[in-house]
Design a binder for this molecule. Structure first.
Ligand code: ZN
Length: 462
């Protein structure tokens, strides 16, 4: 294809059949025989706009650009602008405008970006019904009776922002007023994993990555569930991970490495938990868990359950929301709270939305947001109960951020978000913590993740 110095258009058809031309005189007319020799239509972008590729084209420029593209398309040849801004935002804008050939000095980067874009864009169709709390008991000085701790694994600020923005701009979570930020570094790493972060939240001690409920030397540390059990609390854990996953395990197990699944499973069986719900029954096949926990088969069975119940929602890791997991996280949260309430003893319930992290690792925007909306539904159940109960403190936080997730573009009206990722791993960015109920004010400020443990103990101390 000849570009640059080209012959006169009327002479195109005199050239051999393997030679084509870049037609740049779109304003003029062209004969049928010459048009046959056109491989591509090009024109200078600067004639229509001075856009630098940041933000959006102005409405007036966009109309001009659309008009020339429409004119070019009538000739049914691929269309290109030259001298264009050369950025992700520009590549996306031109591709959405229907420009067929993107002009760039970074073809590989441009190809990868546009190729992966569908996976980075989420268009959300199912939403969290926002509950507005009464705030009657919020931040009161009253001693707390029950604790509900909800952990969104990998649920950083962009995860929360994107979820709120697609959910008509708000979540139940974003109604809350007592907010802080926690630092997540582990004992041996700038960037934590879920094992060390879970252990920090559960025990108030920093430990090494991969360690579950033990200190950097491998010595077991008492966790919050063990401590409050001794004070007469009933305790439970709910997760959308396998129940032996690092985050839930940090609240009942003591092992040097998160991969010691069998040992962690045995710790669960021997734990003083009254209730657990999660995936991963396969791990327990030869472990006689039935001797310690009555295994139930549905959320409904929770209503009639007595003490020490276990509910496996899947053999391995539970199905993601975007692949058809139903409303189970919110349902079991609601029924577990009812289960504890009828016992008339104080309770500590941990709820983990585990797969926000998984989709951060996969750099899958839709996965992150659908899991995070699912999480907000569980949060809603906890906040509703706290309002009715008046003695329950609800704490919502994350163990770390995953994906270096950011949200460069989106559309609130169409519930659309474009995600961008700096890594397929965790990051060290501080994560938000929200609290609602008596003593919620204890959780404001900026502090280490280990402080959460001490703040919880303070909230329940008489
Ligand atoms: Zn992770």
């Amino acid at each position: 294809m000849i570009s640059g110095n080209r012959p006169e258009i009327k002479n195109y058809s005199n050239y051999p059949n393997y030679i084509y031309f870049d037609y740049q005189e779109i304003q003029d007319s062209i004969s049928k025989s010459s048009l046959k020799k056109v491989a591509m239509i090009s024109t200078a972008f600067k004639q229509f706009s001075n856009w630098n590729g940041k933000g959006r084209l102005t409405h007036i420029d966009k109309q001009k650009v659309e008009k020339i593209i429409k004119k070019a398309k009538k000739l049914k040849k691929p269309f290109r602008f030259w001298a264009t801004p050369d950025s992700k935002t520009a590549w996306k804008a031109f591709s959405e405008l229907g420009v067929d050939i993107i002009n760039t000095d970074k073809p590989a980067k441009c190809f990868n970006y546009l190729n992966e874009l569908p996976q980075k864009i989420a268009e959300i169709k199912s939403f969290s019904k926002v509950y507005t709390p009464t705030f009657k008991i919020n931040s009161s000085k009253k001693t707390v009776k029950n604790i509900i701790l909800l952990i969104g694994d990998g649920n950083g600020l962009s995860q929360i922002s994107s979820t709120a923005l697609v959910n008509n701009g708000e979540l139940t979570l974003t109604q809350l007023k007592d907010i802080g930020l926690i630092k997540t570094q582990s004992a041996d790493d700038f960037t934590t994993d879920s094992a060390a972060a879970g252990t920090a939240l559960a025990t108030g001690k920093k430990t090494n990555n991969r360690a579950i409920g033990v200190n950097p030397k491998g010595k077991p540390i008492k966790n919050i569930i063990e401590i409050v059990s001794e004070q007469g609390f009933n305790t439970g854990i709910i997760t959308t991970d396998e129940i032996t996953g690092a985050t839930p395990a940090a609240f009942y197990a003591h092992q040097k490495d998160r991969s010691q699944k069998n040992e962690i499973a045995t710790d669960l069986i021997n734990s003083n938990l009254n209730l657990f719900v999660g995936g991963g029954s396969a791990t327990f096949e030869n472990l006689a868990i039935e001797n310690k926990f009555r295994l139930i088969k549905s959320t409904n069975d929770l209503k009639k359950a007595n003490n020490k119940v276990g509910f496996f929602i899947s053999k391995k890791k539970p199905t993601p929301v975007q692949n058809g997991r139903d409303n189970i996280l919110a349902e079991v949260t609601k029924e577990s709270i009812a289960f504890f309430k009828q016992k008339q003893k104080p309770f500590f319930l941990l709820v983990e939305a585990a797969q926000i992290d998984s989709f951060g690792h996969y750099n899958d925007t839709n996965g992150i947001i659908t899991e995070s909306i699912d999480f907000d539904k569980a949060i809603t159940e906890a906040i509703k109960f706290a309002d009715k109960d008046g003695e329950t403190l609800v704490i919502i936080t994350a163990d770390h951020e995953t994906g270096g997730f950011s949200i460069p573009q989106g559309n609130i009206k169409n519930h659309l978000i474009e995600g961008s990722f700096t890594t397929n791993d965790h990051t060290a960015t501080m994560v938000p913590i929200f609290a609602y109920g008596p003593q919620s004010h204890l959780f404001t400020g900026v502090y280490e993740n280990t402080e959460v443990f001490f703040k919880i103990l303070k909230s329940i101390s008489k």
